[in-house]
Design a binder for this molecule. Structure first.
Ligand code: UD1
Ligand code: CA
Length: 460
């Protein structure tokens, strides 16, 4: 039977105290709702229906980056979870299975959802539950003497005895669509909150003799709901630990896995070492034996085997081949492309710069819109003047060229292989291969010159 996914996300989320809709708050660099949709997508549903209300425009605008097509169902007034699902079901054919998810339960796993759907495929109502250390105001799972699920009792409607139950309703459920539709048509708002409870379908299934299958997740965190920023931070750390645990099992070491943030996808070879306060954003890959020093940020970059990124280095949109050394305090900007063994040291900024094998810029440079040959040495303080206020221009530096300290290279400019630029030069025209360019004022020396201080001393 084909699967339809319904994600509830119409609520206001007032406890977030935010102008941003709750489900767009991010965990591990991704809005919670996008995370839920992506987890559900792994089950290959025929369609995903999003029930939206508060912040609908912002939410719809955010979905452009998520793969797949969504059907948006507007729930103008939040009359309860039962009402929300009922609205979505008008877009779902009878001979399917419906899976109900929540935009604010971001840690749910594919494994649990697959189990939930499988039970519904066999004609049962399947609900995901957990034993909570602090069940707070969540719905309680009522079971009979044989341990079969009888009903879900909402906290506000529960007796003192029922409130002592620690097994809670995550809210996530799956059922054959035609059954769910029939039950929801019978749900009324006759309860403490005057809401249409989705949870009422459990009692109806029992009354109809339909088997209710409970999936008790072993880790309560998997079904934690995010209602405020404290829970958001908890969810963030949980996901971070899931990610670092996985990487450690694949041969990566962390100085401290609780002081790393992965906001995207980090793939690593073996024997990498990742120091504290490092942040990985977007798609980052590290080869084998990469060292990432403390307080570095690496974003959307491919880093080769044996690269050492030293402390306080920022790398963005770069391709870095094996055995390069970057930093400390280097800034590698988009379009930087380094061949093997390149060294880019402290306070060096590169942008759209290709550095050939073994090229070095060890200190205090700006290299933008530059192609630099194998083995070239860029002296401290070298600056490519790539911008004239209107256009960007290219600097090309040949193989094994030597650019002396504090050189100003005014682009467009070509410096040939094995050329030598004297320290302190301002270079504005082509330097042929194997030639020397000196572009600076000649030194004058005045001997026996009396400085004001020496003159004063002579007077006194
Ligand atoms: C619901 C369950 C409760 C469960 C809890 C888990 C019901 C009646 N109760 O509680 O048993 O323990 O979830 O978190 O289902 N929403 C809509 N439209 C609505 C109402 C809610 O889209 O009309 C969405 C909210 O945005 C939210 C989710 O559904 O993402 C859950 O709603 P919320 O009010 O947080 O949960 P409760 O109804 O209190
Ligand atoms: Ca509610």
């Amino acid at each position: 039977m084909t699967l339809h996914v319904i994600v509830l996300a119409a609520g206001k989320g007032s406890r977030m105290k935010s102008n941003i809709p709750k489900v767009l708050h991010q965990v591990a660099g991704k809005p919670m709702l996008h995370r839920v949709i992506e987890t559900a997508s792994s089950l290959a549903p025929q369609q995903t229906h999003l029930v939206l209300g508060h912040g609908i425009n912002q939410i719809e605008a955010s979905l452009g980056v998520v793969e797949g097509s969504f059907n948006t169902v507007t729930q103008a007034e939040q009359l309860g979870t039962g009402h929300a699902v009922k609205l979505a079901l008008s877009h779902v054919p009878d001979d399917t299975v419906s899976l109900v998810l929540y935009g604010d339960v971001p840690l749910i796993t594919q494994g649990t959802l697959a189990e939930c759907v499988a039970a519904a495929q066999s004609g049962r109502l399947s609900i995901v539950t957990a034993n909570f250390s602090d069940p707070a105001q969540l719905g309680r799972i009522a079971r009979d003497a044989q341990g079969r699920i009888n009903a879900i009792v909402e906290y506000k409607d529960a007796s003192a005895e029922e409130r002592r139950i620690t097994e809670i309703n995550s809210g996530i459920l799956a059922a054959p669509t035609h059954l769910l539709r029939t039950w929801l048509s019978r749900v009324t708002p006759n309860n403490q909150q005057g809401e249409y409870y989705l949870t009422d379908v459990v009692g109806m299934a029992v009354a109809d003799g339909i088997d209710v299958h409970g999936i008790v997740v072993s880790n309560e965190n998997e079904v934690m709901g995010v209602n405020d920023r404290v829970q958001l931070a908890q969810a963030e750390r949980l996901i971070q630990h899931q990610q670092t645990d996985l990487l450690m099992r694949h041969g990566v070491s962390f100085a401290d896995p609780s002081r790393v943030d992965i906001r995207g996808t980090l793939t690593c070879g073996i024997d990498c070492f990742i120091d504290v306060n490092t942040v990985f954003i977007g798609d980052v890959s590290l080869g084998n034996g990469v060292i990432v020093g403390p307080s570095s940020v690496v974003q959307d970059s491919a880093i080769g085997h044996g690269v050492h990124i030293k402390a306080h280095t920022v790398v963005e949109g770069a391709v870095v081949a094996e055995d390069c050394q970057l930093g400390p305090f280097a800034r590698i900007r988009p379009g930087s492309n380094f061949a093997a063994g390149v060294k880019v040291g402290n306070f060096v900024e590169t942008k759209k710069a290709s550095l050939g094998q073994g090229a070095k810029a060890s200190h205090l440079s700006y290299l933008g819109d530059a192609i630099i040959g194998d083995g070239a040495n860029i002296g401290a303080g070298t600056v490519t003047c790539n911008y004239d206020g209107v256009d960007k221009h290219q600097t090309t530096i040949g193989k094994d060229a030597f650019i002396g300290t504090n050189s100003t290279l005014v682009a467009p400019l070509e410096i040939g292989d094995d050329a030598f630029v004297a320290a302190g030069s301002t270079v504005t025209s082509t330097v042929e291969p194997e030639s020397l360019a000196v572009g600076r004022a000649r030194q004058r020396t005045i001997s026996k010159w009396l400085s004001p201080l020496r003159r004063k001393k002579n007077r006194d």
